[in-house]
Design a protein around this ligand. Structure first.
Ligand SMILES: C[S@@+](CC[C@H](N)C(=O)[O-])C[C@H]1O[C@@H](n2cnc3c(N)ncnc32)[C@H](O)[C@@H]1O
Length: 244
């Protein structure tokens, strides 16, 4: 995509980029040094700029579904002087990315259901070469379920608190020799269940509270079997929490 030049009055300062917060810093820490990166839903392009400025990556595709965010990204990229290393691209998910254009794929700040939909349309990701770095904003259970059912493995889930909100950043890959069962406990809690840090505990507590609400609503109006499943999950999670 051709770059538009900034108006002459716009100051070009390499110091004007905000510092990355812990959430995006954690995602950046999972990028393999020297890899080509695609940042899907880049918005402001702060993460691509950080990766280039810190010599973590030499080439980043900063992609977004909408023109508005991409225009903001373009201004930031030019201000940062990274226009040779960061290419901006209008793309719905990975629809406009070729398999040889990225090694590490970052998808942060979108709901887990939307991330799953994006992954499901991109068959070439089913290759252990690619690393998927994802931070679901909500519905992380939908994302885990998709991953477990489609041959992906979650190597790491890192809990992180940013401006008073708790998040999980996932590091995943396709593993054709590995097939995880759709285990409901893991789907809802991931690997956080055995962690003892405060952030993981808070996330688990919130997930238990959410399951309790869903259990009640299924019991009253919906699927009795689902209500029983949620009850079982709550008991198992609380047992593990009380043990540790
Ligand atoms: C909340 S922002 C997240 C920005 C950044 N990734 C972060 O985590 O701070 C979500 C961005 O994803 C973009 N987006 C939403 N759906 C998308 C899709 N299907 N493909 C690409 N980008 C999408 C939105 O336009 C928006 O810029």
């Amino acid at each position: 995509m051709p770059m538009t030049l900034l108006p002459e009055s716009m100051p070009v300062s390499k110091k004007s980029m905000p510092e990355l917060g812990p959430r995006l810093l954690t995602a950046a820490s999972l990028v393999r040094r020297g890899s080509k990166v695609a940042d899907i839903g880049t918005d402001h392009a702060y993460l691509p700029i950080y990766l280039i400025r810190n010599n973590i990556s030499s080439k980043v595709l900063a992609c977004d579904l909408r023109k508005g965010p991409l225009d903001n990204a373009r201004e930031n990229v030019i201000r940062a002087g990274c226009e040779n290393e960061i290419e901006l691209r209008l793309s719905d998910g990975l629809d406009c990315i070729l398999p040889n254009e990225a090694d590490d794929i970052i998808i942060c700040g979108m709901g887990g259901t939307l991330i799953s939909d994006i992954l499901s349309r991109t068959d070439w990701l089913k290759n252990p070469h690619y690393r998927l770095i994802m931070q679901p904003q909500s519905h992380s259970d939908d994302l885990r379920r998709f991953l477990f059912n489609n041959g992906f493995v979650i190597d790491d889930e890192i809990p992180v608190c940013d401006e008073g909100r708790d998040y999980v950043v996932m590091n995943c890959r396709f593993a054709d020799d590995y097939w995880d069962k759709d285990n409901e406990l893991k789907t809802h809690f991931g690997s956080l269940l055995h962690n003892t840090d405060d952030i993981s505990r808070r996330i688990i507590g919130r997930t238990v509270a959410y399951l309790k609400v869903r259990r009640e609503s299924e019991k009253e109006y919906g699927d009795k079997n689902l209500s029983d499943l949620f009850k079982e999950l709550i008991i198992q999670a609380e047992e593990i929490l009380n043990e540790s």
